[in-house]
Design a protein. Structure first.
Ligand code: AP5
Length: 208
């Protein structure tokens, strides 16, 4: 099975949801640059302070900060899933110099669906489980089914910030589709399907 996996796709395509499922099922490490940055912000580190202004606007954090942050976390000998990285051609070129990836899965979703999903996303403050008020609501309003933690709405899940994130995706990240196609690593997945169906599409790509 391919086990060095990049999950590409616009904000809200389901990268985090699928990465958590894949990691749990296959014993892979899950590296989310968004989660790492949010942790740095919460802890008030120097990196977190620098990153926050970009994240609040929905802009990308500068490449060099991200590349330095991720470099030490990639264990070349083990399997891992990259969620939210690389995000620019510069980041993808830096990654190529660190480790050879097996596959880049592009989870496609329209702008309209992205806005709908992200405006209704909620995340557990304690364990990070991802919910959706429309498609995957918790049993009790505001409370995580898994750990009882508080559910919150991300600061960047406001409509105007979501719109900017999608614009930034189209301009800076969508070129990676061609980048990985040229290298024979790209597989397209239809992100508009239900969670289980998307998982099945990804599972099939990993063994083909
Ligand atoms: P990051 O945290 O990476 O955000 P993102 O890429 O915008 O992705 P999201 O986490 O919003 O969405 P997702 O695809 O994981 O979807 P999810 O599974 O949650 O980045 C945040 C910020 O950090 C960036 O804006 C930037 O500033 C900075 N940053 C991070 N990485 C960077 C980098 N490499 N370079 C520079 N800056 C960087 O699902 C979304 C919702 O949909 C949920 O509610 C979920 O329950 C629901 N859902 C999921 N799948 C389905 C389905 N199949 N059907 C119905 N609902 C579904």
């Amino acid at each position: 099975m391919k086990n060095k996996i990049i999950l590409l796709g616009p904000p809200g395509a389901g990268k985090g949801t699928q990465a958590k499922l894949l990691a749990a099922k296959n014993g892979l490490a899950h590296l989310s640059t968004g989660d790492i940055l949010r942790d740095e912000v919460a802890r008030g580190t120097d990196l977190g302070k620098k990153a926050k202004e970009y994240m609040d606007r929905g802009d990308l954090v500068p490449d060099q900060l991200i590349i330095d942050m991720i470099r030490g976390r990639l264990d070349e000998s083990a399997g891992f899933i990259l969620d939210g990285f690389p995000r620019t051609v510069t980041q993808a070129e830096a990654l190529e110099k660190i480790v050879a990836m097996d596959i880049a899965i592009n989870i496609a979703l329209s702008r309209e669906d992205v806005i709908k999903r992200l405006s209704s996303r909620r995340v557990c403050r304690k364990c990070g489980k991802i919910y959706n008020l429309l498609y995957n609501p918790p049993a009790v309003d505001g409370v995580c089914d898994e750990c009882g933690g508080e559910l919150y709405q991300r600061d960047d899940d406001k409509r105007e910030v979501i719109e900017n994130r999608y614009d930034v995706y189209e301009q800076a990240t969508a070129p990676l589709i061609g980048f990985y196609k040229e290298r024979g690593l790209l597989v397209d997945v239809d992100g508009s399907k239900g969670t289980e169906e998307v998982t099945e599409q990804i599972a099939a790509a990993l063994v083909s």
